[in-house]
Design a binder for this molecule. Sequence first.
Ligand code: GLY
Ligand code: MN
Ligand code: MN
Length: 436
Amino acid sequence: MNKTEFQRRRQRLMKAMGRGSVAIVPAAEIQIRNRDADYPFRQDSDFYYLTGFAEPEAVAVLIPGRKQGAYVLFSRARDPLMETWHGRRAGQKGALEHYGADQAYAIDELDELMPELLDGCDTLYYTLGGRPDYDHQVIHWLTTMREKARAGVKPPATITALDPLLHEQRLFKSKAEVQAMRRAAQVSAQAHTRAMLSCRPGQYEYQVEAELLHEFRLHGCVPAYNSIVGGGENGCILHYVENNAVLKAGDLLLIDAGAEYQHYAGDITRTFPINGRFTPEQRALYDVVLKAQLAAIEQVRPGRRWNDPHDTAVRVLTQGLVKLGLLKGSVAGLIKDEAYRKFYMHRTGHWLGMDVHDVGDYKEKEQWRRLRPGMVLTVEPGLYIAPGSKGVAKRWWGIGIRIEDDVLVTARGCEVLTRGVVKDPDAIEALMARSR
Ligand code: GLY
Ligand code: MN
Ligand code: MN
């Protein structure tokens, strides 16, 4: 993504903020895993969205209309010794030259300079509560300023959350963002294909996870979230991440895994038979979930409301469950009583972007909002027949199925970004037969 993309984003945000305001956007912090070992650093999505700057210990300050420059970036100073130990830093020269900052300061100067930057601004855009550690710092700056009231210093009178403005912007993906998301989707799809081809009874779930990770890293991606690789009844645990059980012939394998490419997430779920052939019960349930997913994707187009894909999925799933004898009663009544929740207990999707569960409101004026071009969402219905389910014949127990794709709303309808991995059950069997 080039410099102008980030510049456009800052300009759009500052236009929405208006003059007399200031926004403070802190970078993510390094998270300690244990003792001297850190988790892999992942930049804060809001911060990266506005800066393209991937270092920790940084703060972006945006002040629309400021004479000396609207975009001030605080970051770590160059330091040969620290860089020898911990890696390269852009420094202030780099911030100006490569990241489009109008002014760049060392992060050590933050406390001294921030009150000056805030002075005279009426409104501070900062999201309180999101980062408690940082809230203290912001309050500290404001307090310092109040202490200097007699010197004519005036802190912003209003503090308001930045999220509504910024997250509404992030909800609609630009051309460059769509390109990045297509790539994330493509690598994710390749990883799932690789898992289908390599999967064998007798392997451990983590060995299939290794195939996914291999494909991600091979293409410069990292996992967008912890991969779920659940064989048999583990597929009925929605957030199963142990991934340490043996895969058995005759069971299904549910994989929910996505690659993150340039800070954009893919999010795919596929469910397939470990030995390459569906049993009749697995196939019957799979057909219902697939039918629900395809019908839900049909609902993804401009003008439809956020909940339309979900309502459609619920209807098709409930019809299917009645037909198979897993639910008894009228479809309308079962939907009204939410009887389907015994087997389908989550929603049909979420916004997708830099965050897997991406930002953006789902309602406007208390109604589910309408889909518009540029939005990206997942469509992920499933059915989970937990072992021991009361009133359910044993032959259905332990079958967990979810099918998840990433879908871009376009002017005419939608584009399924993750179409690179098969989901038709015959196509899955044909693909798996090829490698056996
Ligand atoms: N992988 C998280 C989700 O599907 O929502
Ligand atoms: Mn998802
Ligand atoms: Mn998922």
